[in-house]
Design a protein around this ligand. Structure first.
Ligand SMILES: [Zn+2]
Length: 226
């Protein structure tokens, strides 16, 4: 084994643990039921990704059951078939080099917005912080081919938002890491719920574009521990 392949093997072992653990966060955050939803991570230094196996119960997911695929979605390591959304994840990694993680769920409030094909307006400081504007909608696309990945990438390229609602389906989120993509999925569901509730009592108030830009910049560059 070369030094490089040793490095990739060590990285892969770590990412198997991380991606398996992040699936528990989807359950803990109430974003998934049964076996729906998936997280993947790009393998730095290799054209590979680690992704959830298809149709396996969340409490049976372990580092060993994670599947390693190339960025065309072909299985490289693993005994189980990969997630049915593997082609979408692979397309996103091929076309957005800065993306290190992708998450997809059918979380209730986000899917309710997706079912109407309605973008979530930026009416909360929390939205300006995390999404830098509205959460956009991508057109309907069939599952299992490049179509969803293409729809998501087309929308993400014109947006500050790491979350996209695929019409009639649900949220796909991206991040520099798999953990960041899971965080975006959690925040997406939270703000979809809040804006939905606000709507029941009247029309939520828009935030001015320059205030959104300022909030987004502060949160992305100054928020948290130095
Ligand atoms: Zn789905």
């Amino acid at each position: 084994m070369t030094a490089r392949s040793n490095d990739v093997a060590a990285t892969l072992a770590g990412l198997r643990v991380e991606v398996a653990d992040l699936h528990r966060d989807l359950v803990r955050s109430g974003l998934v039921v049964w076996t729906a939803g998936n997280v993947s991570a790009r393998v730095p230094g290799a054209d590979l990704m680690v992704i959830k196996p298809s149709g396996v119960d969340y409490d049976r997911l372990t580092p060993e059951t994670m599947v390693v695929c190339d960025l065309d979605g072909n299985v490289v390591e693993g005994d189980l078939a990969p997630s049915s959304d593997t082609a979408a994840h692979a397309y996103i990694y091929r076309h957005l080099p800065a993306v290190g993680g992708v998450t997809h769920t059918h979380s209730t409030y986000a899917v309710a917005w997706a079912a109407r094909g309605e973008a979530v307006p930026c009416v909360l400081t929390a939205m300006a912080d995390e999404f830098g504007g509205a959460i956009p909608v991508a057109p309907f696309a069939r599952i299992g081919t490049d179509a969803i990945g293409r729809a998501v990438v087309d929308v993400v390229r014109g947006s500050t938002s790491p979350a996209v609602l695929v019409q009639n389906h649900g949220p796909f989120t991206i991040g520099a890491t798999a953990r960041a993509a899971v965080k975006a999925a959690v925040m997406c569901e939270d703000v979809c719920r809040t804006v939905h509730i606000a709507r029941q009592l009247g029309e939520p108030l828009a935030i001015a574009p320059d205030d959104i830009a300022s909030l987004h910049d502060r949160y992305q560059h100054q928020y948290g521990q130095p």
